[in-house]
Design a protein around this ligand. Structure first.
Ligand code: DLZ
Ligand code: SF4
Length: 512
């Protein structure tokens, strides 16, 4: 039978509500899904991320087929596979001769640029799985001299009605309860585990394939337990709401060495490939608050991450690309040290975060921002290298989400588009929010000498290096003043230790 429409579904578009599928006619259309090396290798993805995407793709294709939809599914090991999305679309067009090809806009600039060459009759539809469309964000941003997430978030609250009173006021008379969300974790507090989903036959086949085809060192494929279907993702969400959401607010920023997930949802890997709908997730969390299961600071803190931060970051990405991907406002040039990949460092905080990232393809926001991100900022690591690392190592990383978080929030490489000041912090912050320092070879109380915590001298070195630039930023006035008031011999000792440490890290001779 003649094929009317070829509908392309990418690996992070696994949603029944996808715009490319909205007018699907199962009798005349074909859905194309392709596992391709190009997408599996454009950054050295964590093996668990590859397993997640390919397994979820296979499950999604099965579910479509079970509903009577014709699916052209190209496996990675199919000998005819061209191993590029473009090649697979062209091959399908040649074989099926559809009247038109329909796709939902991809999450990465790289892919949409390439898409324009795919085929002549391509219809690219907006991705409607977000609360705020790209066009609406542009409209919101136009005419504003500075963009701030908090104001965008309030608009999203009004638009969705989430945590709003019938009179249009924020519940609890406040938009934001962050001040209550920075508590230290009591030692010994039991942490509810994250629900795991052991591999079924389909996933096991993908694990075997990935083991065979990808031999890069970073990452462990053993212990894969992410949800790979919409049903399992719902179970994971329900488990979070029942068991961890009550503690999510209070201990949102805490870190503990033997507890990688704490009270976090760990739903981003499923959410970012489309197995969950962000608005539905927020409605479930709001319902938990309305029935008295959780406090308002927990529900609000979580909802802000989704309809505030997640949507805001995506808006910034599409507003500022492609220029955003080349920004390097602080002229950072240092290569990424090997310990980002192998965890071999005496800094216990980094060792723990990199170690858990290797094992789980997951770290929570404060670990990403204040440990690996903060170190990269202070040490002046090149944003391209840091960007690639975050894209590769986290199971939830897609460029629309990852890039503004890395270049903007963590590295200040965008010069202040995402955040109004650099999130630079000394070891004291990590010590306050974690137990990492108690097991560290370095002393978090010292800023000079061989035993000093590197975050301390690198923090001051960072302030000193950028003193001129920060002089015009009121939010940096205090650290700058503290630096300038420090005794000259102490400033010299800090800078000398920083230079020595960085030279060691780079494998260079010490500066004299
Ligand atoms: C991340 C990923 C991987 C590892 N593999 C595939 C694949 O084989 N086929 C596919 O369609 N998509 C894959 N993806 C997701 C794409 O990289 C993602 O759709 C684009 O980066 C746009 O966000
Ligand atoms: Fe990290 Fe410094 Fe604490 Fe060691 S002492 S864990 S390097 S913050």
């Amino acid at each position: 039978m003649a094929v009317t429409t070829l509908r392309v579904v990418l690996g992070d578009q696994l949603s029944g509500t996808l715009s490319a599928l909205s007018d699907l006619d199962p009798t005349r259309d074909v859905v194309l899904m392709a596992e391709v090396m190009d997408e599996c290798t454009y950054v050295p993805h964590h093996l668990k991320k590859i397993v997640l995407v390919l397994s979820a793709m296979r499950h999604f294709a099965h579910a479509l087929a079970a509903k009577g939809v014709r699916v052209r599914y190209v496996r990675l090991d199919d000998p005819a596979n061209t191993q590029t999305l473009r090649g697979e679309v062209r091959r399908a067009v040649a074989a099926l001769k559809p009247h038109r090809v329909v796709v939902t806009e991809p999450g990465e600039y790289r892919v949409i640029s390439d898409m324009r060459d795919w085929t002549e009759d391509l219809e690219i539809r907006p991705d409607i799985r977000f609360v705020c469309s790209i066009a609406d964000f542009r409209h919101w941003a136009s005419g504003r001299t500075s963009l701030r997430m908090e104001f965008f978030y309030r608009d999203m609250r009004r638009r969705t009605g989430l945590l709003m009173t019938p009179d249009g006021e924020p519940e609890g008379d406040r938009w934001n309860f962050d001040a209550e969300n920075r508590k230290r974790l009591p030692p010994g507090l039991p942490i509810p585990p994250v629900a795991g989903f052991p591999p079924d036959g389909l996933t096991q086949a993908v694990i075997d394939l990935v083991r065979q085809r990808f031999t890069q060192g970073f990452a462990e494929v053993d212990g894969f337990s992410f949800p790979v279907t919409a049903g399992d993702a719902e179970t994971a969400l329900a488990d979070f709401i029942a068991n961890r959401l009550p503690g999510f607010g209070d201990w949102q920023d805490a870190m503990r060495s033997n507890a990688p997930t704490l009270f976090h949802a760990v739903i981003s890997p499923a959410l970012n490939i489309g197995l969950l709908d962000p608005l539905q997730v927020c409605r479930s969390v709001e319902a938990a608050w309305r029935r008295g299961h959780v406090a308002l600071n927990a529900a609000e803190g979580f909802i802000r991450q989704i309809i505030g931060w997640r949507e805001y970051i995506r808006g910034i990405y599409w507003l500022k690309m492609p220029e955003y991907g080349a920004l390097n406002a602080l002229n950072a040039t240092r290569p990424l040290p090997e310990f980002y990949w192998n965890g071999a460092t005496k800094m216990a905080c980094i060792r723990h975060v990199v170690g858990q990232t290797r094992r789980h393809a997951y770290a929570h926001h404060i670990q990403r921002l204040m440990v690996t991100g903060n170190f990269a900022l202070l040490a002046g690591l090149h944003p391209d290298a840091v960007d690639e690392w975050y894209m590769a190592v986290y199971a939830d990383a897609y460029q629309w989400a990852e890039m503004p978080n890395t270049r903007g929030m963590a590295l200040f490489a965008d010069g202040g588009i995402v955040g109004s000041k650099p999130y630079a912090a000394s070891g004291a912050y990590i010590n306050r929010m974690s137990d990492y320092c108690t097991g560290c070879a370095y002393d978090v109380k010292q800023a000079t000498g061989p035993a000093a915590c590197p975050f301390n001298f690198l923090y001051w070195d960072f302030i000193a290096r950028h003193a001129e630039r920060f002089a015009s930023n009121v939010r940096m006035a205090m650290p700058l003043r503290n630096w300038q008031r420090m005794a000259p011999h102490r400033r010299d000792a800090i800078r000398a230790r920083a230079a020595e440490f960085l030279a060691d890290m780079d494998g260079q001779p010490h500066p004299s």
